[in-house]
Each structure stands twice: as C-alpha cells, then as structure tokens.
Design a protein around this ligand. Structure first.
Ligand SMILES: [Zn+2]
Ligand SMILES: [Zn+2]
Length: 377
C-alpha cells in the first residue's frame, strides 16, 4: 500500500484503473475503491491525483459539496467513463429538500450507516447512497436494521481510513473489526410496520410527490414539516392518538442526545424508524388521522406552525381547516412566495404556468376570486 509519498507529476495523470460504480454507490465509496485499485491509501490518493490535502476530500463531505470544477477533473481523469454527479447525494435535490447544496445540506443525511448482510453478499463490498439518508434505517433487501457505527467498538465509520494502515475499508478503522461480520440485526414482529412506512417514504422520494387526499404535494414540501412534527412528539410530548400505535414503544423511552437541529437526530436510528413511521401514520387516511392527532392533543394552529421557518402552503391550509387561526382577511399566497416558486420551477426546467404553480402551492391559480393569477405577470 502506497502511503505518504509525493509524485507531483501524478497531478496531471489520469487514473490508471477506473472501477465501474455499483448500483447506488456513493462517491466516497467509489473514490476509496479507486484508490485501492491503485494500491494507494485513499488520503494519499486524493492528495496525489486530485491535489487535496490528504484527509480533506473526505472531511469536507464531498458526497454533497464537491464543486463543478472538481467533478470535471475527476471525470477527465476517469476517461469520461463516470458520471460523478450521479454518485453524489445532491441527486436528492428537489426530492428530499429543495436544494440540498444551499439549504442546510445535512438535515436529511447521517454519517455512514451500513447493512452487514449486504456487505457479506457483495462480490466487492461497497457503500450505498441510501445508507446515508436519515429515513433509511432498515435494509429493505434483508429486512434487518442498519448499523449506525462499528458493531464492536461503536465508533462511527470512516471508510477513507485504514486500521493501523493495514486493513482495508471493509474493516473498522478504529478497532479492525471486519464490518460484514456484524450479526444481522432483526426487526421485532411488533415493529414490522416501520419497514412499510420506510418504503412509503422512499416511494415519495422516488416519485417526487405525495398524494394527500385530492392534492399532490411535492415531496420536499412534505418533508419540510418532519422537524416540526418531531418536535411536537419528542419535545412537547404530544402523544395522544399515536400512543396506541405499536411503533410508539420505540420512541416512548428512547434516549435523547443533545442535538437540537434537526430534532429527529436526538434519537438513534432504531427510534427514528419508529418516529418516522408514526409521522407517516399521522398522514395516513388523510386528513382524518391528522385531524385526530391535532384535536385529541388540543393543538392550535399556532402550536402546529410556530417556528416552522417556511410553512408550506398545503400544510398551512390543512392545519387551518382543522384548527383555524383567526384571520381578519382571507389567506393569501404572498408575491414573494410566488417569485420563489417561479425560480424553483425554472431551476428544475419546468414551465412557469398556472398548472405548475397550482400543483406546487396546492391552491388554485385559475380562480378569479383570489387574484393569484396577477402574480403570473
Ligand atoms: Zn442488506
Ligand atoms: Zn470498531
């Protein structure tokens, strides 16, 4: 293994070997494999070929933040065989979050989790993009829980490091444990619905929208309210209605860490699988479960919307229909919100018209009563 050497001329060289990325492979996983194919330590490799300081490629969350110039350089060095962007977590932009790079990039991602059974079955072990999504805590292939850290020493994984500069990325860098040897973490029958809810969340991410009653809501506008509901459940202990659901026992006594943003990261992956399941349950049979949750917990419009930085229109109108706020004038979408929506539509290459704005806001841009059509000009 080549480590800590300097061949300045390599900066101008292309990669000698270009491994083909596997399905759903993460950029950092692919870079690490490429480094090993060159018999070079990953930190030395990114230093030699890409001119990074040894650890900085991996420290700077390249899976999210790698810039256009560096993407181009890596593609050139790979003889244009690799679509680098497709390996990055920013492909979730517009699905999990409106714009992952600009708005708080790590809300919906976690450190590297993994499925030990997947690694056991891989011909060449590799790390998946999905394993970093906060909503993905159960392997849907093997129906087992993911590990959040090394099964043996509980250290967070860092696949760019090597245990004593000897063992490869398939071992914990801190204790040398071979990651695939982690036992399969079963899901108790009682909690099997958390897998169904997780699948539902991933269908929403995949489709880019969720159907709530008559209305289609863009997925990222749906996920925007997860922090708020997590806060109501975890901090404000608004538990009536959901406390009858089997998943409730996963969060009832869950240990809460000192993390404030986003709130759902206060609890571990197992408890999160319960929490996210319960949130989806609140939106099942829309709007009846939501109505039961709001009314039985005696939540006001204010309770449901306060401190939500940008309240999606669909959420505001739904909550208002169940627990109305007092408003002297009729509710409107503001001109700024429409401008913002236009920019968004443009950025994803969609036409700015009544159809798309109506879909986006869940309110009628054709109507003569609300004057929304004026904002189109
Ligand atoms: Zn698996
Ligand atoms: Zn370990």
């Amino acid at each position: 293994m080549i480590k800590k050497i300097k061949f300045p001329e390599l900066k101008n060289e292309n990669f000698t070997i270009v491994p083909i990325p596997f399905a759903d492979e993460l950029l950092s996983s692919w870079i690490v494999r490429t480094a090993y194919a060159h018999k070079t330590h990953p930190h030395t490799f990114v230093n030699q070929y890409l001119n990074y300081r040894p650890y900085s490629f991996f420290l700077t969350e390249s899976d999210i933040t790698l810039d256009k110039t560096m993407i181009k350089i890596i593609e050139e060095k790979s003889h244009h065989k690799i679509d680098v962007h497709s390996l990055m977590l920013t492909t979730y932009s517009g699905f999990l979050q409106e714009n992952i790079y600009e708005n708080n990039p790590t809300i919906f991602f976690t450190h590297q989790k993994y499925c030990s059974v997947c690694l056991r079955e891989d011909k060449v072990p590799y790390f998946r993009k999905t394993w970093r999504v906060v909503f993905y805590n159960i392997c849907h292939t093997h129906q087992c829980r993911l590990y959040e850290y090394c099964p043996s020493c509980k250290t967070n994984l860092d696949i760019s490091k090597m245990y004593e500069n000897e063992l490869p990325y398939t071992h914990c860098h801190h204790c040398g444990f071979e990651l695939k040897k982690g036992r399969k973490l079963p899901i108790h029958k009682k909690y099997i619905s958390s897998l169904e809810y997780q699948n539902k969340i991933f269908r929403v991410i995949h489709d880019g929208y969720i159907q709530l009653g008559e209305t289609s809501i863009y997925s990222f506008l749906f996920f925007e309210i997860f922090s708020k509901l997590s806060k109501l459940i975890l901090l404000n202990k608004k538990h009536v209605f959901i406390n009858k659901h089997p998943l409730f026992s996963l969060i009832k006594n869950a240990k809460q860490q000192n993390v404030n943003h986003p709130i759902f990261k206060k609890i571990d992956a197992k408890a999160q699988s319960g929490l996210f399941g319960l949130i989806i349950y609140i939106f099942d049979d829309f709007p009846h479960n939501l109505e039961s949750y709001i009314l039985q917990n005696k939540l006001t419009y204010y309770n449901m919307t306060t401190k939500v930085p940008y309240i999606p229109f669909w959420y505001e109108t739904t909550v208002n229909a169940i627990s109305p706020q007092y408003l002297p004038h009729s509710m409107m979408v503001t001109k700024e919100e429409v401008e913002y929506a236009k920019q968004y539509l443009m950025s994803i290459g969609k036409a700015i018209n009544k159809v798309n704005l109506t879909l986006l806001f869940g309110c009628n841009f054709y109507s003569k009563d609300n004057n929304l059509h004026f904002y189109l000009n």
